[in-house]
Write a protein that binds this ligand. Sequence first.
Ligand SMILES: Nc1ncnc2c1ncn2[C@@H]1O[C@H](COP(=O)(O)OP(=O)(O)OP(=O)(O)O)[C@@H](O)[C@H]1O
Length: 255
Amino acid sequence: MTGGAAPITGRRPGGPVLELRAAGRVHGEGPRRVRALAAVDLAVASGEFVAVMGPSGSGKSTLLHLAGGLDAPSEGEVLVEGAPLASMRPSTLAALRRRSVGYVFQEFNLLPGLTAAENVAFPLELDGWGLRQAGAAARSVLAECGIADLADRRPEDMSGGQAQRVAIARALVGPRRLLLADEPTGALDSKTGSTILELLRDRADRGAAVVMVTHEARFAAWADRTVYLRDGRIAGSTGPSDPAALLGTVDAGAP
Ligand SMILES: Nc1ncnc2c1ncn2[C@@H]1O[C@H](COP(=O)(O)OP(=O)(O)OP(=O)(O)O)[C@@H](O)[C@H]1O
């Protein structure tokens, strides 16, 4: 199996890959209490690409962290392929995160000292893939991301944009059913940004559920649906045709 053209299939055909049910998250206590997310209901099906937009501090990253099991909700629940994350044993949750969920976050977290190909192969090796098979899958996905030439380079010898593309390749490698991307185009020029959007779109078209936080309506236009957050709540949502129109109606705010 490679990160190439194999279909990505979920365990529960028909059911959402990701579901947030009345999910909320409060940080801190007393005067330091911050409500980051409140009563969010969101279901993302296999094959669906959802963009999340909203002003700075509106809860977008919190939503992604809950969706990927990196943080737990204070209220409500999060289900991946029908399984509530809260009821999973830590080892089961770790295996799900490693195998089924691909994360592209603003911090690249590439391992220094390992080449790009080794970094991309690493999650597969953790999951029991043989070195050769994992290496081949890594090189294939690096090629898909247009960075085959970086395969043998280490993160310390890359630009920020190059490291970001390697991190994206790492998130896409293997049979991921849920892709979570927090401003994946952040450090990239607009041509490379579009390439990454094409890759995410392609993964959704092949059956993954994709959730992407973005500040840019032109990137949200690649999604099937845009959900707009304000003060931790869903303030509106729209289809693919016109995220800019939605921004006009719900007070875009500064990024
Ligand atoms: N670990 C934390 N401790 C305390 N407050 C937090 C923590 N994480 C997030 N918050 C607060 O929760 C709110 C939502 O934060 P979040 O990072 O989800 O917003 P965001 O929409 O992703 O913002 P940005 O666009 O600036 O990245 C903010 O008020 C933030 O300060």
